[in-house]
Design a protein. Structure first.
Length: 577
């Protein structure tokens, strides 16, 4: 009897210790891509070695409702190889239509978007204000504007749009914006290494072609950089390159990857932050007169707290401390941290990386990122996808690896984040060579999903299969005086004395496009006190007492024009793992 009692007590103590040592899971993100029918492989350069820097980037993804049925669809940018075998077909980008049942159908050929080339990024917006979302895709050497015909198909209208390039360049990220607030969308396009230098030098051939003692592809240090481009939208649906007159060519050429559009100083005019690789990042302040001034250094977002330029890749915006000012998160190379810039107001930022708890990870090379409220507690969290540029990282071993897991930082609500990646499910832990990432509620369930474009692999679709007690709202905006997509509109959700802000945004993450609908977690609250919309046109709308767990569609000047319940459904694929 004493032995039994002692054994039982020991087991009880052991069980309690194990419970304390292993925290409860906070999420259960699983990769449902295969079950959902997302099986097309993205091809980008060599698989076990990269001869040139061109083979290391690319792979944007868009979550966008192209057929206007209320269910977000998925567009994946494909790349190329330097040479294809006789048995290989040239890779094409892929468009997947949402079937409303947890699966997607590949409609690439039917939709007319099977573009070929060394694809890089994608952004979306209704550039001609006809009520249908169009796509802009960047490539090494050229760029393509797909006009949505409204019948499930697109036309390549680049040639007559004014967006054809006079000479080839390495385009990377892009974003639609209405920089002059005339109701017509414009296009901002970043560029990386100079077109010729992208394939100029062999691995190990120069001083800048080594990593950890191994000869690897060269760059970007030692290679010529590029400048950003801005195309103004015209009344006839064409575009005019206004890069020089807008002031974008004043900064010296750099290695631009991803542009992020945000009104960082709350003056009502969209500004643009550009994550640069191995050179100071840029912040273009909108002067409100058709020009921009680069103020990254003065604003505190060009360098890190040590005054060092970083290798920036992806970038996102969100008000993580809920003080009414948009903050910035930027992913960087390994042996470095992700950067968190806290907006101090009045045009300046503080590097809050260490104070915010993001200084704990230096082993990963980050790409796509965004603020998402995964636990619906009304505090924006941070999601990051990772993957090395050098396949040779596997030869170094230790903490280095080519394929890497993702990172999920939970917002603690006190200005700090906690790395909860190991408590977030197998989809977060799975190692991939990830690049672009897009965020959106693919299944209209009130939870945000993540679609990731992986290097030389099929995509990842991360869905949180764990139940949540939190509530949420999804807000869709339709502009009338403003651009139809409402890009640049600011949404403020008032909740129990707090003000939660976000903006309708094109581009961002890493060369990707997230859902244009605004997603807001409400915590335990079952109603938002008020939703305010500040439109790019300068008008405003406000709606009071909005019940939680629904999609709310607001048209400029008309208020709420549609409400639909968000249904918490258990996807069949969640039960198959």
């Amino acid at each position: 009897m004493k032995l039994f009692f002692g054994t039982a007590l020991a087991l009880t103590v052991l069980s309690a210790f194990q419970s304390a040592a292993v925290p409860e899971p906070l999420a259960d993100f699983r990769d449902l891509a295969a079950a959902a029918g997302l099986n097309a492989r993205t091809v980008i350069g060599g698989e076990r070695t990269k001869q040139f820097i061109l083979e290391t980037t690319g792979g944007g993804v868009a979550i966008v409702d192209y057929d206007d049925d209320g269910w977000p669809d998925i567009f994946l940018v494909n790349g190329a190889r330097r040479s294809l075998s006789a048995a290989d077909a040239a890779p094409v980008s892929h468009l997947y239509r949402n079937n409303h049942d947890g699966t997607f159908a590949d409609v690439t050929e039917k939709a007319g978007v099977a573009g070929k080339g060394w694809g890089q990024g994608v952004c979306a917006g209704d550039y001609d204000n006809d009520g249908h979302i169009d796509l802009f895709v960047t490539y090494y050497g050229h760029q393509v504007l797909y006009r949505n015909n409204g019948d499930g198909t697109f036309n390549d209208v680049t040639r007559g749009s004014g967006l054809s390039l006079s000479k080839p360049r390495w385009n990377t990220g892009c974003a639609f914006l209405d920089f002059n607030r005339d109701g017509r969308l414009d296009v901002f396009v970043s560029a990386y290494v100079d077109y010729a230098d992208a394939t100029r030098y062999a691995p190990g051939s120069r001083d800048n072609c080594f990593w950890k003692g191994l000869g690897v592809m060269c760059g970007p240090h030692g290679l010529a950089g590029s400048s950003n481009a801005l195309y103004r939208g015209n009344p006839d649906g064409t575009f005019t390159n206004v890069s020089e007159e807008a002031g974008l060519l004043k900064p010296r050429p750099a290695y631009g990857l991803t542009p992020l559009v945000l009104d960082y100083d709350n003056d009502g005019w969209p500004d643009v932050y550009v994550a640069n690789d191995s050179s100071p990042s840029l912040l273009f302040h909108n002067n409100g007169n058709g020009t921009f001034k680069e103020v990254g250094l003065q604003a505190g977002v060009a360098l890190n707290a040590d005054g060092r330029a970083q290798a920036g890749m992806g970038v996102g915006a969100g008000d993580y401390n809920r003080d009414g000012w948009l903050d910035i998160v930027k992913t960087n190379f390994d042996d470095d941290t992700t950067s968190l810039y806290r907006n101090l107001g009045h045009g300046t930022f503080d590097d809050a990386t260490v104070a915010g708890g993001l200084g704990v990870n230096t082993a990963y090379l980050g790409w796509g990122t965004g603020f998402i409220d995964f636990d619906l507690d009304s505090w924006p969290d941070i999601f990051i996808v990772n993957g090395h540029v050098y396949p040779e990282a596997d030869r170094i071993g230790g903490r280095y690896g080519y394929e890497q897991p993702k990172i999920l930082y939970r917002n603690l609500g006190n200005g700090r984040f906690e790395d909860v990646s190991k408590r977030a499910g197998p989809g977060v832990a799975a190692k991939k060579a990830a690049r672009g990432a897009a965020f959106g509620d693919l299944f209209n369930s009130g939870r945000q999903d993540v679609v990731v474009n992986n290097m030389n692999d099929s995509p990842t679709l991360l869905h949180d299969c764990a139940p949540s007690a939190g509530h949420s709202l999804v807000v869709q905006l339709i502009g009338t005086r403003s651009n139809r997509s409402a890009i640049g509109a600011r949404v403020t959700v008032q909740l129990a004395g707090r003000r939660l802000i976000d903006e309708v945004r094109s581009g961002g993450s890493f060369c990707s496009q997230s859902d244009l609908r605004i997603h807001t977690g409400l915590g335990v609250r079952t109603r938002a006190d008020r939703i305010e919309v500040a439109w790019p046109s300068g008008t405003a709308d406000a709606v009071a007492a909005i019940d939680a767990d629904q999609l709310v569609v607001i048209r400029e000047g008309s208020g709420v024009v549609r409400r639909e319940p968000l249904v918490r459904r258990a996807l069949a694929a969640c039960g198959q793992h």
